[in-house]
Design a protein around this ligand. Structure first.
Ligand code: MEV
Length: 323
């Protein structure tokens, strides 16, 4: 049996804007998806018969991306992430599935994380009507703090380039690693799930429609870009107070873009008094918010009181790995 784990991700700055080439900063979180695979007499997934039509994401990875033609497989997926909640669960699934498959098919060959991230990106693009940045898959594959942008961002280390033909034209991204300061042990990311799942594809397409019908809203994208640069600079300097302020500002822009929700706003407001900063994270329209805090217990309590479900992650987590 082969087994792999891939982490989820949390976007600190730049969601939605990154689809248009602006920078985003994302961090791999502790929680993620475990996939185990073994050869078996029939196709089984989580104890049930595996049918292509019922598992399009897995089928796409197996047949289109890995061109799997081998024996039937028994697949087990265990997720520690809230589903469809902005934490990159589908990217983590692609990466964990890809890593496990790679080990099964080519046990001698070293796992190529960049190839895995690219495979995952193409699966995300297929699921999001051709509009997907490589943020989720790259962060889950590489771990740590990832910067994704059309342009090279100063102070980051280049890892790979990605491109995609979207309905709005061809997009190119540079994927780089940002170094976090050494002393981050007393800082935590507290994720708060609203309990409402949302479709990333729909949220991304709503934003595309908004920008077509209200071109002035492009200013919000530019504001998010400036906030992201500011946040990243503060992160590199270890000025977490300023990182938090930038997170608060980013939330306001995303709210004006129409991708927040009442429950997200409620959780963000409830956690602010005990956090350095708080914002929605990921595609929005439900899903999760994130707070950066030195007091994870108090913030978790606030999330529960406001009707959400908390999950705490340390700031530095590794990427996909065989386990
Ligand atoms: C989803 O985690 C983040 C979005 O920016 C979409 C994407 O980057 O593909 C909303």
């Amino acid at each position: 049996m082969v087994r792999a784990f891939a982490p989820g991700k949390c976007i600190l700055f730049g969601e939605h804007a990154v689809v248009y080439g602006h920078p985003a900063v994302a961090i791999a979180i502790e929680q993620g998806v475990n996939v185990s695979i073994e050869k078996f007499e029939e196709w089984v997934i989580n104890g049930k018969k595996f049918e292509r039509s019922r598992h399009p994401h897995i089928s796409h990875i197996l047949y289109d991306l890995f061109e799997y033609k081998g024996a039937p497989l028994k697949i087990k997926i265990e997720s520690g992430l809230f589903p469809a909640a902005g934490l990159g669960s589908s990217a983590a699934l692609s990466n964990a599935m890809g890593a496990a498959l790679h080990k099964l098919i080519k046990p001698q060959e070293k796992l190529d994380l960049v190839k895995l991230a690219k495979i995952g990106h193409s699966a995300e693009a297929a699921a999001q009507e051709g509009r997907a940045s490589p943020t989720d898959t790259a962060t889950s594959a590489l771990g740590g703090c990832i910067v994704v942008s059309e342009k090279k961002v100063n102070g980051t280390k280049h890892v790979f380039d990605a491109e995609l033909m979207t309905p709005e034209g061809k997009r190119n991204w540079i994927i780089s690693k940002a170094k976090l300061p050494e002393k981050v042990e007393d800082l935590w990311l507290i994720l708060g799930f609203t309990g409402e799942s949302s479709s990333t594809g729909k949220m991304v397409s709503d934003v595309a429609n908004l920008l077509t019908h209200e071109p002035d809203k492009v200013d919000l994208m530019n504001n998010i870009k400036e906030i992201t640069y500011k946040g990243l600079k503060s992160l590199a300097l270890g000025d977490f107070g300023a990182v938090g302020i930038a997170m608060n500002e980013c939330h306001e822009q995303l709210r004006d873009l129409g991708v927040s929700s009442n429950s997200l706003d409620r959780l963000v407001e409830a956690t602010k008094p005990y956090s350095l900063g708080a914002k929605m994270t990921g595609a929005g329209g439900g899903g999760c918010m994130v707070a950066l805090s030195r007091n994870p217990q108090r913030v978790s309590e606030q999330i529960e009181i406001a009707g959400g479900t908390p999950m705490v992650s340390k700031l530095v987590s590794e990427g996909v790995r065989l386990v």
